[in-house]
Design a protein around this ligand. Sequence first.
Ligand code: CP
Length: 331
Amino acid sequence: MSSKRRKPPRRDVRLHEEVTAEEGFVWTRKDLLGLDELSPQEILHILDTAESFKEVSTRSIKKVPALRGKVVGLLFFEDSTRTRMSFELAASRMSADTILFTSKGSSVSKGETTLDTVKNIEAMGVDVFVIRHSQSGAPHLLAKQVGASIINAGDGAHEHPTQALLDIFTIRQRLGRLAGVKVAIVGDIAHSRVARSNILGLRKLGADVTVVGPPTLVPNAITAMGCRVSHSLDDILDEMDVINMLRIQFERFGGGLFPSLREYSKLYGLGAQRLSRCKKDVLIMHPGPINRGVELTSEVADGPNSCILQQVTNGLAIRMAVLYLVSPVRE
Ligand code: CP
């Protein structure tokens, strides 16, 4: 694959239209900041590149030389388990060197700005930065200020593109299609970067998205993104092919948006009884970390309809693909 960069084409997709990959498509972006700016072709190209990298994890020697000599900087200004470890392992499988920054224990406590921190680490010879930050737009700002490629690993309540890509990859893998697939995204839509990126990506590939939650956690303006809104999980259960349950982002609001966790769970939690009213082969997803007993009971989270750990496995292939595509020079 070539690393030549040109302006990518944009094309809007009508609901239920199947998007097929263009032969000879060439990736041209320096950064992956969000699914908002990606065309359907670019999203498909990442998914298809991930398909080819998935095989690497099945080999006895799980390593390819694609990014040998490159340095990946993992910058986590906010906590993470899955995303951070998945990018670290993805970089290692591509033979890149990694350096890890976490804000806890760093010179951030002495007042160093995010930009100064990133410019100083870039001066050590970093080629690609993976950045998680609590401020929406932080990776976008940094992408204009540094020469290295930037991958957004979650910025505030804005976007989490690689999470949505691994979710979409998993749906396509399990159902064999995306166009016309009925996906419910349930819970704290207002504070969820996972919801935003999923809606953007799924709609561009022709899926039918319904967001579900209490009025205080579902902004009215979300319909402008092309999805339906329901405030009743019970009303939509039997139509759905996929139900993606979101974590309540307690760290992004001070409480008071619903009466109690017990009440929330009663109306919007998924347990065995609600599952019995879904399609028999409905896919149950969750980006993690799960609040067990709130969004999902353990019976559902660990049951046969759950593909939560498959999502995590697929995240590795997606992150290998993204690291490969944005790296400035590839072998
Ligand atoms: N899904 C997700 O982003 O998990 P982490 O916060 O553990 O990275």
